[in-house]
Design a binder for this molecule. Structure first.
Ligand code: AMP
Length: 280
């Protein structure tokens, strides 16, 4: 595995492969890797000749009171895991190489950022769209891999690729969970032992909501109320519980043939998100 810090060097190395008709798969991450990330890496490995993983904790997607500074980092361990999964290039750009002094390509995240996490994290999706476009311009992947864990992010990136007519296939992979159902996340490491147990309630509440839908309930307010009642004893704050159209992310009043149930809430001071797609 080659570790490259300079965007120019990476572009150069990859263009040589591209000229020989090799396919490039790309997995952008913020590091502190877990099995969720590695699932994306393995899928990229299966579907491409060359696999590139980036680790960049993107400052522009964090709000002023969010956890940018204390976001967990363990590069040594990450390198080992990526080497074990036969990654070809680990891209470790510096902040100034992603955002040079006169950088002005700030990207509008589009209408999908109006819903769910958008209003709760102002500027977050603008930061994501901006960094992803910048990374895509450096790597020029044939395929890019994202997790359903960040469902809204994946949808927004699919839309972004279409909007800028980038010849990139966006692959969205299923959520990898711990044994008790908690969606894997780098932020889970903030949880105390008690909070870790409380955090199970997110998936529990999604499953209960799904069960209610399967039992025939179609009224979104009834389903939300039930999901909230599962969460409330365990959580310090619920940012939202929403049932939305899985493509447009617009809120629903009645359950339709496909519905995304999405939750964002705080366990102690840690903000967690989770979701489930239900087809009826
Ligand atoms: P992050 O490092 O948190 O920015 O995540 C990098 C990529 O890994 C994103 O596309 C995430 O959606 C994806 N990811 C994170 N956690 C999981 C998970 N538990 N299962 C599947 N994909 C995940």
């Amino acid at each position: 595995m080659r570790v490259i810090k300079s965007p120019e060097h990476l572009s150069e190395a990859l263009s040589r492969f591209r000229k020989r008709g090799k396919q490039v798969g790309f997995v952008p991450t913020m590091g502190y890797l877990h099995e969720g990330h590695l699932f994306l890496v393995r899928r990229a490995r299966k579907e491409n000749d060359i696999v590139v993983v980036s680790i960049f904790v993107n400052p522009t997607q964090f709000g002023p009171h969010e956890d940018f500074k204390r976001y967990p980092r363990d590069l040594k361990r990450d390198r080992k895991l990526l080497r074990r999964d036969h990654v070809d290039y680990l891209f470790l750009p510096s902040r100034s190489s992603i955002y040079p002094k006169y950088f002005n390509d700030v990207v509008d995240p589009g209408p999908l950022a109006r819903y769910l996490c958008g209003p709760k994290r102002p500027g977050h999706f603008r930061g994501v769209a901006t960094v992803v476009k910048r990374l895509f311009r450096i790597v020029h992947p044939d395929r890019a891999y994202f997790g359903e864990k960040d469902y809204q992010q994946s949808r927004m990136i699919e839309a972004l690729v279409q909007r800028f007519r980038m010849p990139i296939k966006v692959r969205t992979c299923p959520i990898v969970r711990e044994k008790d159902g908690l969606a894997m996340s780098s932020r889970n490491r903030y949880l105390s032992r008690r909070e870790r147990i409380s955090a199970r309630s997110l998936y529990q509440s999604l499953l209960q909501a799904k069960k209610l839908i399967r039992a025939g309930e179609r009224d979104v307010s009834v389903i939300k109320k039930m999901a909230r009642s599962v969460l409330l004893p365990y959580l310090s704050k619920i940012d939202y519980i929403e049932l939305v159209d899985p493509d447009q992310l617009t809120p629903l009043r009645k359950v339709q043939s496909r519905v995304l149930i999405a939750i964002a809430c705080y366990v102690g001071s840690t903000r967690l998100i989770d979701n489930i797609l239900v087809k009826v």
